[in-house]
Structures are given as structure tokens and as C-alpha cells.
Write a protein that binds this ligand. Structure first.
Ligand code: NAD
Ligand code: MG
Length: 385
């Protein structure tokens, strides 16, 4: 039996992962499942999969979790340290699917097991790509991306010589405001922004898709994962979300990865890698697909992509600052304290803040320093709200 853990089990990626595990329960021994406020779901999951330990991120909910699991023999714990401790328990396959930089410690711990780190938490790569990849390399852990674009690129690069790479082409749907003018975007609400046209995802990544901050994070994520020059990473808007990304080689051959927009594709690939296994996602029906279209993103309307490139050229802790500023601005937008377009302004101001100059330029040497940069950036955004 394969020992597995899922951090962020109650979220969109977590429940999709358990949906695949459920189809072949006897093959897996579930060690840890983590969640946050949805105690009822976490308890149901822990019982169904007979987890060794269930952890909520919220210490004030520990008693509720204990009550929900009474008589089950399942260990309970709460808080960020407890999540990190549970992620250090040996597994063969670990899913990192907490949302935000809050997932960084779990990703780092899962990188130390020498098995597979299935990485949905792109923020870990954006904040601490150098450290996370070094940790994987030091322990012989295979990092498999669970972002549809990066899984697509990983698959399209399979077996090729990395020296033959010309371009990575990330696709973006353009989100719900693709055809809005800047003036129209001014007044949009979190309820409108969360309404993604193609992918069914958690609240935060859905809003990030509407602002294109999600694609911005993915450009940084791709730079680390595929170790290429940022100039080789291109973004195209492809509203149908059928082509999940493409690799162009020096001979101008393009290998595109296609499939239904269903995250169980990327999760299943990481689960069964290096083999392939049947997956419950809908097969593509080419005759009924209609047109597939590709256009350039409007970087004047969506400044997130430009800001990501600027963060990449700064290096050091700029990725952590970029992400933290984005998270704090997103919190404020969700709380209706700032407008949709204010998020990019906040990120830009924070990225270039004189107060963060020394922090920004430091190399990534320890997770503590990355988290300190993250905290400073959040404080700066919060002071401006
Ligand atoms: P979600 O909001 O649906 O779920 C997030 C999970 O993290 C939940 O289990 C929640 O309880 C937990 N969580 C929230 N805050 C926490 C905290 N402070 N500490 C510990 N746990 C916490 O999010 P999601 O859409 O499943 O996304 C998870 C990650 O996967 C994100 O990094 C996202 O960018 C990435 N991702 C998601 C999708 C998708 O389709 N949903 C696609 C690609 C990448
Ligand atoms: Mg993606």
C-alpha cells in the first residue's frame, strides 16, 4: 500500500484528489489530511479514509474536530506547527494543496520524503522555488506540478533534451473580465470575480484568474520548475481551456497538451506517474469542440503579467514579496475594502517599496527569511488599506 498525505484536503484540489483515491481505496494508506474551517468535511474525510491524523489550521477549532472524530481512534491536532509536523510523517506521495504561502512549510516537509511531491500549491514555488527544488534534489524527491499548465508542460517536455527548448507557451482563459474595459472592471465585486467561465476552483484562485494574478504566479512558477529564461515563457489567451499549455522546440515543432478542463487530469497524472492510468474525466470530442482561439493578453488592462516579469528580473525574495502583497490585497478585495483594480496597484507599490529593498535583494537562503519577507510585504499592504 502506498502511504499518502493530503494537505488542503477539504479544498477544491484536495476533494478532487480524494475522489481519485476513493476509486482505488485499497491501494492507499492515508497518513494525514488537513483542512481549516470546514471541520465537518475534514472529519468525514478522515473517517472515510481512516486517516492516521486529521489537522485543522485553526487552533480554536481543535475541540470541534476532536468532537467530530470521537471514538474513531484518529489523532487530531491544530495549527500551523501541527500541519508542518504531520507533513514530516513519512509518506510515498504527498499532495501540497493548501492555498497561499501558508502551504510553504507543508511543501518543504513533503519534499524531504524521497517519494513524490504533488505540488498544487504554486505559491511555494513562487516564494521559495530555489529552496524547494534544492530540498527535493537533496532527498531524491520527484516534484510533479499539479497546475494544469505546468503538468501539461511537464508532459510535453517528457523525454526531450532541455537544450532543444525554444518557448513555453502557457494558456490562460482570460477569466470572466476578458472582454471588460478598464472602466467596467473598476466596480466589479468579489462575487462576479469568483465566477470562472471554465474551471471550477477555490475562491482565491478563481479571483486571481479574473485579475490574471494567477497566470502571473504561473509564469514565476514555470521559471523555477523548468529552469528557463523568463524571456522563453509566453502567455496566450485561449478561452476554451482545451489546450492546457504548449512547448515549442528549436525546430519550431509545438507539442500541445489537450484535454477537458478538469483538475483530475493533472492530479491523476501526478498520482500514477510515471505510468498512466484510466481517469474519470470526460474525453475530448473533437467533432463537437468548435473553434479553438488564441490571442495575446492585454497587459495594459491586466498589469499582473508585467509585474510578475519585473519580480522575476529582481530575483531573491521578490517572488515572496509579490505573492504576499497579492494575498494581502486579495484579502482586502474579498473584504470589500479595496476595488478590483487596486490589487495590482498595491502589488506594484509593495514590490518597489524602498522599505523592502534590502529584503527583496536577499538570496533565498532559509524559509525563515522567505517568511519574514512575506510578513513584511503583508504588513506594508495592510498599512495602506
Ligand atoms: P481551496 O480554497 O478550495 O482549498 C484550500 C485548502 O487549504 C482547504 O483545505 C483549506 O482548508 C486549506 N487552508 C486554507 N487556508 C489555510 C491556512 N492558512 N493554513 C492551512 N490550510 C489552509 O483552494 P484550491 O482551489 O484547492 O487551491 C489549493 C492550491 O492549489 C492553491 O495553491 C491553488 O493555487 C492551487 N491550484 C488550484 C487549482 C484548482 O483547480 N482549484 C488549480 C491549480 C492550482
Ligand atoms: Mg493553472
Amino acid at each position: 500500500m502506498r502511504k499518502i498525505s493530503i494537505f488542503g484536503a477539504t479544498g477544491s484540489i484536495g476533494t478532487n484528489t480524494l475522489d481519485l483515491i476513493r476509486r482505488d481505496k485499497a491501494a492507499y494508506d492515508v497518513v494525514a489530511l488537513s483542512g481549516a474551517g470546514n471541520i465537518a468535511l475534514l472529519a468525514v474525510q478522515a473517517r472515510e479514509f481512516n486517516a492516521e491524523i486529521a489537522i485543522t489550521a485553526l487552533p480554536e477549532r481543535l475541540d470541534d474536530l476532536r468532537d467530530a472524530l470521537v471514538g474513531s481512534g484518529i489523532e487530531v491536532a491544530a495549527g500551523a506547527d501541527a500541519i508542518a509536523e504531520a507533513a514530516a510523517r513519512k509518506v510515498d506521495w504527498g499532495m501540497s494543496a493548501i492555498v497561499g504561502a501558508a502551504g510553504l512549510r507543508a511543501s518543504m516537509a513533503l519534499a524531504r520524503h524521497g517519494g513524490v511531491l504533488a505540488l498544487a500549491n504554486k505559491e511555494s514555488m513562487v516564494c521559495a522555488g530555489d529552496l524547494l527544488l534544492a530540498e527535493c534534489a537533496a532527498h531524491g524527491t520527484h516534484m510533479l506540478p499539479v497546475d494544469s499548465e505546468h503538468s501539461a508542460l511537464f508532459q510535453a517536455l517528457n523525454g526531450e533534451d532541455e537544450k532543444s527548448l525554444r518557448r513555453l507557451i502557457l494558456t490562460a482563459t482570460g477569466g470572466p473580465f476578458k472582454d471588460f474595459s478598464t472602466a467596467e472592471m473598476q466596480g466589479v465585486t468579489p462575487e462576479q470575480a469568483v465566477n470562472h467561465p471554465k474551471w471550477n476552483m477555490g475562491q482565491r484562485i478563481s479571483i486571481d484568474s479574473a485579475s490574471m494574478f494567477n497566470k502571473a504566479l504561473e509564469v514565476i512558477e514555470a521559471k523555477y520548475i523548468f529552469n528557463c529564461d523568463p524571456s522563453q515563457i509566453e502567455v496566450v489567451v485561449h478561452p476554451q481551456a482545451i489546450v492546457h499549455s504548449m512547448v515549442e522546440y528549436v525546430d519550431h515543432t509545438i507539442i500541445a497538451h489537450m484535454g477537458s478542463p478538469d483538475m483530475r487530469g493533472a492530479i491523476g497524472y501526478a498520482l500514477h506517474w510515471p505510468a498512466r492510468a484510466p481517469n474519470p474525466i470526460a474525453p475530448l470530442d473533437f467533432a463537437n469542440l468548435g473553434n479553438l482561439s488564441f490571442t495575446s493578453p492585454d497587459e495594459a488592462k491586466f498589469p499582473a503579467l508585467r509585474l510578475a516579469r519585473e519580480a522575476l528580473s529582481m530575483g531573491g525574495h521578490a517572488g515572496a514579496i509579490f505573492n504576499a502583497a497579492k494575498e494581502a490585497a486579495l484579502d482586502a478585495f474579498i473584504a470589500k475594502k479595496i476595488g478590483f483594480l487596486d490589487m495590482a496597484d498595491m502589488v506594484e507599490n509593495t514590490l518597489y517599496s524602498a522599505q523592502l529593498e534590502t529584503t527583496r535583494d536577499q538570496d533565498q537562503t532559509t524559509i525563515a527569511k522567505v517568511l519574514a519577507a512575506d510578513a513584511q510585504a503583508r504588513a506594508l499592504v495592510n498599512a495602506r488599506i
